[in-house]
Ligand binder design. Structure first.
Ligand code: NIG
Ligand code: FE
Length: 398
């Protein structure tokens, strides 16, 4: 006798993302009791429910997960875009005090309310494409108060009536702020001794930008040690512009993910595989910075490293609030298969957030977050550019 349910979505085709491939069920149904899935499988075996929704043969996937964004920030960098079109590089602009630091100036000047208001249209774009969970990083505050302000804005976005869960990551180690230009170690001390302890209840994980224009391996090592002491997970912006061997360090700290990875080498791949660290690929940043070095996708596959795909929505390198465009670019630019792209914004994205037990697949016991699509086949979600076939979204069973 099946468990009684509140709601049943039936006459659907399911991509459960559980088991082999997309875990497809042809004539399928999903049932929820409260906010939790109690059944996913053949429609003929589904339990009775108080409310029955006929999906008319549409496809259902888990609610999509954007596992790497900088959604909260003030201002934009259109002027910097023009400079880059005229020949300046991202690194040159950063070294001249522009880039991330220009967004820091604007973000420091903004209130929590202003940050929420400016992020809402970007959040609405993501949820409009079936996103039910979005990770949001700090990293444009770079003082204790401004980093906490960003994390609070990210928290409030989850309570803005949009039906989305926000997962917050502390990225105080995004750039050395101007007031510490001559004392980067002093800023790392501040992160370890003050910002991480204060952010403990605000963030789920600590991220760091390990790069020539960011933080050294030794500095990130200290930051990750402090994060772990405070019970926080760690993630890294690794090997984006050069091979800093950051991914291997991240793996040694048991990182949830290492992200970007265009310059990742074989050693880094092996370390990530051994640690179960997810590779989060960010094709929007690759495209927008006109990067030519491809991440080592085949080596990641061969080693069995789980691959996720995210928007990296940020004002400097990926001004893109579209998870479906990220999926399309993952396929066209990185040659990921459709299955890899879709697992990358569901099951593997959940794992990159340390939330694989709660979201990312359609299975009993998981939160009932669903996206219902007007498509004939899942490949259509990766194939079209700028199209949005979302029919409906379900967040926590509603
Ligand atoms: O994910 N690489 C560092 N961080 C961001 C860019 C942030 C910015 O330029 O504002 C990224 O690409
Ligand atoms: Fe990023």
């Amino acid at each position: 006798m099946a468990t009684p349910a509140d709601r049943l979505w039936t006459n659907a085709r399911l991509a459960t993302m559980a088991g082999e491939g997309l875990g497809a069920v042809d004539r399928g149904a999903v049932a929820a009791a409260g906010d939790t899935i109690v059944y996913a499988g053949p429609a003929q075996d589904a339990p009775d429910a108080a409310e029955i929704i006929d999906c008319l043969g549409r496809w259902i996937t888990p609610g999509l997960i954007d596992c790497h964004t900088h959604l909260v920030h003030a201002g934009n960098r259109a002027r910097e875009f023009e400079l880059r079109l005229a020949g300046a590089s991202y690194e040159e602009i950063a070294r001249a005090g522009g880039g991330i630091l220009s967004t820091v100036e604007a973000t420091r000047a903004a209130t929590v309310e202003e940050l929420v208001a400016s992020a809402l249209p970007r959040l609405d774009q993501l949820t409009g494409e079936g996103v039910t969970t979005v990770e949001i990083k700090s990293g444009y505050g770079l003082t204790l108060a401004d980093e906490i302000k960003m994390l609070r804005a990210a928290h409030l976005l989850g309570w803005a009536g949009r039906g989305v869960m926000t997962v917050r990551t502390l990225l105080a180690a995004h750039a050395v702020p101007p007031e510490y230009r001559d004392d980067p170690e002093g800023y790392v001390d501040l992160i370890c001794q003050a910002i991480i302890p204060a952010a403990r209840r605000e963030a789920h994980a600590v991220d760091a930008y390990c790069e020539g224009i960011g933080f050294t391996l030794a500095q990130v090592d200290r930051i990750f040690a402090a994060a772990r002491e405070h019970g926080l997970g760690v993630r890294m912006h690794a090997e984006q512009l050069s091979n800093m061997h950051g991914a291997a360090l991240a793996a040694r700290h048991g990182a949830l993910s290492a992200d970007h990875l265009e310059h990742l080498d074989a050693e880094g791949v092996a370390a990530m595989a051994a640690a179960g660290t997810v590779a989060v690929l960010l094709p929007g940043a690759f495209y927008f910075t006109r990067e030519t070095k491809l991440p080592p996708v085949q080596a990641l596959r061969d080693a069995g490293v789980p691959i996720a795909v995210a928007s990296d929505c940020n004002p400097g390198t990926s001004p893109m609030a579209s998870i479906l465009l990220a999926v399309n670019m993952g396929a066209t630019l990185f040659r990921l298969t459709v299955d890899e792209c879709l697992l990358g914004v569901t099951r593997n994205a959940a794992r990159a957030l340390g939330l694989g037990h709660l979201i990312g697949t359609i299975e009993p016991g998981k939160l009932c977050n669903l996206a219902i699509w007007d498509v004939e086949a899942p490949a259509e979600l990766a194939y079209r550019i700028g199209a949005n076939p979302l029919h409906a979204r379900v967040f926590r069973g509603i």
